[in-house]
Design a protein. Structure first.
Length: 261
């Protein structure tokens, strides 16, 4: 008697791009179920995933101005996918977990996150702690350092987690950083003209605030108070070594008054 065995069936493969989700609310619910409540955008296509994977594999070379995403235009959906797949799927650096404070964030040096002419890029609430958006090393030329600076002009970073992010020389003109977590961030030589810094978080539990040396401010909105100390627009440049032509005269007068006492 012949033994008829049922053919072995492979388990169904879960598609990387769910086909049953159509609306923005359905996508948000899908990501919440995945424990990624900071995601709001549809999953990027398989082709785009391949492109970003290849870019991420590029080894940075500061002396040649080569960076994985240098000159690459990215949108929120791209950033969300890069965060979710960061470090082979470990995910973004979660600053609330102190064991993750030594992890490196996304390397987005030289990336273009400016959005387009009709709509600025919305990065509100994203976990971008330890993001690398500029060069620490000063041995390379000014031109190479400028190439390494991330472009975030006009970007909406409201409430974003930017703890210990590296924004050295970053282009943040007109960016909305209100309510952002900037504890320990490096904003040396950053361009913050017309940026909104309302109610930013400046210091952590160890009283480590952001580094603003030689940053440029002008025409923006400054924090009246912070978790660390009260700041007034005229005092902010002098206290944090920020260049601000709109308050330079006020700060100079305050300095002369201090010397007369």
């Amino acid at each position: 008697m012949q033994d008829h065995k049922k053919p072995h069936r492979q388990p169904p493969q879960t598609p990387s791009h769910p086909t049953h989700i159509n609306t923005p609310e359905e996508w948000k619910e899908h990501w919440r179920a995945q424990g990624q409540d900071w995601r709001t955008e549809p999953e990027i296509s398989a082709q785009r995933q391949t492109e970003l994977t290849q870019r991420r594999a590029l080894k940075p070379d500061e002396e040649k101005g080569i960076y994985p995403f240098g000159g690459v235009k990215l949108d929120r959906a791209d950033i969300e996918w890069l965060l979710a797949t960061h470090e082979n799927g470990r995910g973004p650096v979660l600053w609330s977990d102190e064991t993750q404070h030594e992890r490196k964030g996304l390397d987005l040096r030289g990336a273009d996150l400016r959005g387009d002419e009709t709509q600025k890029l919305n990065l509100e609430g994203l976990p971008l702690s330890q993001l690398i958006g500029g060069n620490f090393d000063s041995f390379v030329s000014t031109t190479l350092n400028e190439q390494a600076a991330i472009h975030l002009e006009g970007a909406h970073l409201i409430g974003a987690h930017l703890e210990r992010a590296t924004f050295i020389g970053a282009q943040l003109e007109g960016a909305d950083l209100s309510y952002a977590q900037l504890e320990g961030a490096h904003l040396t030589r950053a361009h913050l003209e017309r940026a909104d810094l309302t109610d930013i978080h400046l210091a952590d539990t160890h009283h480590i605030g952001p580094f603003f040396a030689d940053s440029q401010l002008g025409g923006g909105k400054y924090p009246e108070t912070s978790t660390a100390f009260a700041l007034k627009p005229a005092h902010l440049p002098r206290m944090l070594n920020i260049y601000d032509p709109l308050s330079e005269n006020v700060a100079s007068k305050a300095d002369r008054g201090d010397r007369q006492r």
